[in-house]
Ligand binder design. Sequence first.
Ligand code: GLN
Length: 493
Amino acid sequence: MSSSNQHPAATGDSATINASIAELRGLLAAGRISPTELAGTFAARIEAVDPGLNSLISRVEAAAPASTDGPLAGIPYVHKDIFCAKGTRTTCGSRMLADWVAPYDSTVHERLTRSGAVLLGKANMDEFAMGSSNENSHFGAVANPWDAKAVPGGSSGGSAAAVAARLAPFATGTDTGGSIRQPAAYCGVTGIKPTYGRVSRYGMIAYASSFDQGGVIAKSAEDCAIVLGEMAGFDPRDSTSADREVPDYTATLGESIAGLRVGIPRQWFTDALEPAVGDAVTAAIDELRAAGAETVEIDLPDAEIALAAYYLLAPAEASSNLSRFDGVRFGYRCEEPKDLQDLYERTRSEGFGAEVKRRILVGTYALSAGYYDAFYRRAQKARRLVSGHFDRAFGQCDVIAGPVTPSAAFDRGAHSADPAKMYLEDIFTIPVNLAGLPGMSVPAGFVGGRPVGLQLIGRHFDEARLFNVAHQYQQRVDWHRRTPPVAADSSNH
Ligand code: GLN
């Protein structure tokens, strides 16, 4: 490999920018590169490449690693700009927090720092994590590195685009209804949303608290396994954090998947799915079979009901969570308010974008007296119904495999006028959040030159199995090694 290539914007030795975390650790341990040089390589790429992508909202001066022997010692990364890191601007993609500097660390940040990871920037995202295309950011849309006309997905679109463009070896993300898996799929990178409660939500700005879960986007299942092992774990500061030991996710990556029962939800391979995406996902499932797995058809009905329930429950929780942004305590404040009412009204109408306002209105309406039973309570029943379908399915299989999204990345602007169309992008990811299960997105090919993903869903706290299955798959295919033009590896051409 050599660093020469046809893309003048691409800087950084291609072997380094495409290296796995384990390989980077090897280079660092052997003294072939110093943490400062490694951070400098990626910082230079950010400088050269990101103006064309807009994947980052802020850049952060790389500090020396806080640990020299932690599993992530010297490994650079970017945070979705929803994670508080003391002293960094933390905007959540909103004008409301455009100038807000976090006064404390999120638990995720604290843990990654302790492990030696080096923060390089804060990634663009849909405002307050509401969106499926990253078009709702106050800081502008993000381009998909594979095709600048296409969206990168959302809401963790900046994180996925940054990893795909090799601006950092990994990025954090959050997934309330698909926001790690969907952008990972659209950008051809690997992402995991762990079991609800696995990663602390402390210091992660809340959207819909009973769904929100932090996770990781990286190039491979192995890299995700390393990073999640550092992020996850019990945190007394998050009341829904799970008090369970975190296994060494890398220890079981190499296990054979012979005899593993893979459930294929028959309702997910119907009209809603674009045929070419279905073909790619079917080919991926064939690889799992070739590796010894057995497939069984399972039933996961009611995805439409799940979608409807989510788009009621998530806004309901958001309407409550976002009430704290009132111009008094945090962030943006309108100019020269006449009185307190005027302060609230103008601060919120000027500080929030259109999609956030839509959600607050829907959520407030759904929770209002007289409508609570008709909407909120019914949606909660639907949530239990959908969880029950998964429980039954896991009686027949060990892991579920299917599509992440109905299609590959769509063009920017394609769904802007029709929120319901945009919400349909989440039809295969949202049921997983309703049930609090772990879900993963693994690159599985291309449709029209744009990446598509295979989704793997596990039982509660069975992340190790997802990593194992994804890793075995990635031993057999090279989709996750393909690089978009901005990260062109000369050995690929
Ligand atoms: N697209 C979904 C929404 O807009 C999911 C977002 C997310 O997972 N944060 O709510």
